[in-house]
Design a protein around this ligand. Structure first.
Ligand code: SAH
Length: 351
């Protein structure tokens, strides 16, 4: 069976080429076309001899992501809906900030974790993405913005990266490989719903990847209501894993805290959060809730609630940052565009 060539790092591809008796510098040329020149077709790799291009096509493939829809926000955030070879859908988001750009990538088709505020969980889980499908999203975004440098990757699209551990780590190592995308390891962020044992495992990889934990509530009672995974790994084992991560990687961990109006934004909530993180070298990222299509259950916080919460934490010496939601007008939060499109398809089928 032909394997997608983007599943290999430079060293592995050199070995494969050696086995096939292709000259090793040809592997470097192919990688340069893929990662530096945005070419995803062997036939277009003009410095390769025709015979080699044909042979490459026999042993390898470069699966294309079919663009189902692109939405551009007023703030220039772009959301891509891609259709994969098995007809399933994933989303990626490109978030420009001056000359830099962050690519937000999906790691699974759907999600098993059913967080109650998140559109992705409501659509069920289909399968893990392969490393090449994660990398293909990065390359598609890069190709789409030739004037920008994609210098940050966040695994905050659809899915739980630590539930697709092997493929995500493979994708991260290939993106990081100087012979491939050459993206700094500290420029990549894994976001997790709190898969404690996988955080412990990640801590031992010898990688200094940024870790973001979706905390969203500071007591087990409230957190379990939002994130069912908290029943399996409550705050105590989660914090133990985070402390291991910080100790072994020497990296500061970020806690994401979605502010849900009237749910987790009171002075008592702020006090619980302070008690939880006091003394730890962590950062809190506050994100006002993006209501999207799952309306009714939760609400966006008021401006006053947001400012009060942020200032309260800051005054108590907590490293807190307010992240304004990007792409609200294009349903850019996790799973929201896919949710819209699937719902439209269902309505069309029923009509
Ligand atoms: N499964 C991983 C990564 C995917 S979600 C995780 O849970 O971290 C990426 C981030 O978007 C998470 O912090 C998630 O809680 C948040 N998110 C999901 N839906 C949201 C919404 N409607 N508004 C704001 N943030 C949302």
């Amino acid at each position: 069976m032909r394997e997608d060539i983007r599943n290999f790092n430079q060293e592995e591809l050199l070995k494969k080429f050696k086995g096939l008796q292709f000259e090793s510098y040809r592997a470097r040329q192919v990688l340069e076309w893929l990662y530096k020149r945005d070419v995803d077709d062997f036939a277009m790799m003009s410095n390769l001899p025709r015979e080699l291009k044909e042979k490459l096509g026999l042993y390898f493939c470069i699966e294309k992501l079919a663009v189902e829809e692109i939405k551009t926000s007023r703030d220039m955030t772009q959301k891509f809906l891609f259709r994969l070879k098995d007809n399933t859908l994933i989303e990626s988001v490109s978030i420009p900030l001056k000359a830099r750009l962050t690519a937000c990538l999906s790691t699974q088709v759907g999600c098993k974790f059913s967080c109650t505020f998140c559109a992705s969980g409501s659509m069920g889980f289909k399968r893990n993405l392969e490393a090449c499908e994660i990398i293909a999203q990065f390359l598609a975004i890069k190709k789409n913005v030739p004037l920008h440098k994609v210098n940050n990757v966040v695994f905050m699209g659809i899915g739980e990266p630590l539930d697709n551990y092997e493929n995500c780590l493979r994708a991260i190592r290939i993106l990081n490989d100087p012979g491939c995308a050459n993206l700094g390891i500290r420029k990549m962020t894994i976001s997790t719903a709190g898969f404690a044992p996988a955080i412990e495992r990640l801590a031992k990889e010898g990688l200094q990847i940024e870790l973001s934990v979706s905390l969203h509530a500071a007591t087990d009672e409230k957190r379990s209501e939002l994130l069912p995974i908290n029943n399996r790994f409550p705050l105590k084992p989660l914090f133990k894993a985070v402390e291991t991560y910080m100790a072994l990687t020497k990296r500061k961990v970020t806690f994401e805290y979605i502010l849900l109006g009237g749910f987790n934004s009171s002075v008592e909530d702020a006090q619980s959060l302070i008690r939880l993180v006091r003394g730890l070298n962590v950062r809190i990222n506050l994100i006002p809730y993006n209501p999207g299509p799952a309306r009714g259950r939760y609400f966006s916080p008021t401006k006053l609630e947001v400012l009060f919460f942020k200032n309260y934490l800051a005054q108590k010496g907590i490293d807190v940052f307010l992240r304004m939601p990007r792409g609200v007008d294009i349903a850019a939060a996790c799973g929201q565009l896919k949710y819209h499109v699937l719902r439209k398809e269902k309505q069309n089928r029923e009509a």
